[in-house]
Design a protein around this ligand. Structure first.
Ligand code: AMP
Length: 296
């Protein structure tokens, strides 16, 4: 088996889970850390920012997985049309000096007889989970498999999928998984639009409308900075978005930093919270979120 060198510029690409697992077990037994960046591909600067953070770790081999995970898509979602740009993705990862890329297929990840899945806690039924039942069970299940197959010591997740990040943290704590999660702030375009693989579904006009989502969150943040209440902060986001009736709002919610309900918050003073939203623009569903400081 060829050694995986952290200075090589062409990543070693694994499609076989078994082969990946054998190689990463050897790397771990040599005393190196393994930093994993799980993705669904169609890579953009958001993903690459996670990769660069992983690359900063000392004594670590960096692995990126590219897998459009069927388990986390609902029956009416975009599994079939989700952008797949494997060659481009691997070229980008080579440029970043990534050591290993894992590109499994649904058949090798979920062979006949696959039965066991992760059952997330109650938070998985709220926010995104309210309209995407099974989404987080699918995401946590695939990541558990990826953690196990890559033998990773560290895994990097974007705050773009804030609820996923919190649920991942809950799982790592609850199940004592032996790895450290590293949250990475959202990367935005100059317009404020959070980078997303799904942005490529947007027409020029829809892209312009999509920039209003982050503007609405900034309006909410300003309301928080002005000392307004949780209800008023949410109201500020809604009234900003009211100007754009083409935006179909699914939810706007203010939660504490671990996504607990604000009604249950007992802290006083300045409390770090999260303002989260989901909306449809045309047929594209987008999510965004932002940290805000609530004064209580
Ligand atoms: P995905 O390919 O959409 O599953 O995303 C893979 C990882 O990249 C997840 O941890 C995402 O949260 C993260 N990510 C996606 N977009 C961004 C962004 N704009 N900024 C930061 N992280 C991101």
């Amino acid at each position: 088996m060829e050694p995986v060198s952290s200075s090589s510029s062409t990543p070693k690409v694994f499609s076989s889970p078994q082969e990946l697992s054998e190689v990463t077990a050897e790397i771990r037994s040599s005393g190196k850390r393994i930093a994993l960046v799980p993705t669904m591909g169609a890579l953009h600067e958001g993903h690459l920012t996670l990769v660069r953070a992983a690359k900063k770790m000392e004594n670590a081999v960096v692995a990126v997985s590219i897998f459009v995970n069927p388990l986390q898509f609902g029956p009416d979602e975009d599994l079939d049309t989700y952008p797949r740009t494997m060659e481009d993705d691997i070229a980008k990862l080579a440029e970043e000096g990534v050591d290993m890329v894992f590109t499994p297929t649904p058949e090798t990840m979920y062979p006949n007889g696959f039965r066991t899945t992760i059952d997330p806690g109650p938070l998985a039924k709220e926010l995104e989970g309210a309209t995407r039942p099974g989404h987080f069970a699918g995401a946590l299940t695939v990541c558990t498999k990826l953690f196990s197959l890559t033998h990773c010591t560290d895994a990097f997740f974007g705050e773009k999928d804030y609820q996923q990040l919190i649920l991942m943290q809950e799982m790592v704590e609850d199940l004592n998984l032996p790895l450290t999660l590293h949250p990475i702030p959202i990367v935005r375009e100059n317009s404020g639009l959070a980078l997303s693989s799904r942005n490529r579904y947007l027409s020029v006009e829809e892209n312009e409308l999509a920039t209003k989502l982050s503007e609405a969150l900034y309006a909410g943040r300003k309301a928080a900075d002005d000392g307004l209440t949780a209800g008023e902060i949410r109201g500020a986001v809604f009234s900003y978005l009211e100007q754009f009736p083409e935006i179909d709002i699914e939810y706007v919610e203010l939660r504490d930093a671990r996504l607990g309900k604000i009604e249950d918050l007992t802290d006083t003073g300045e409390v770090e919270c999260r303002l989260l939203l989901a909306a449809r623009i045309g047929s594209t569903r987008l999510i965004d979120n932002m940290g805000v400081t609530l004064q209580r």
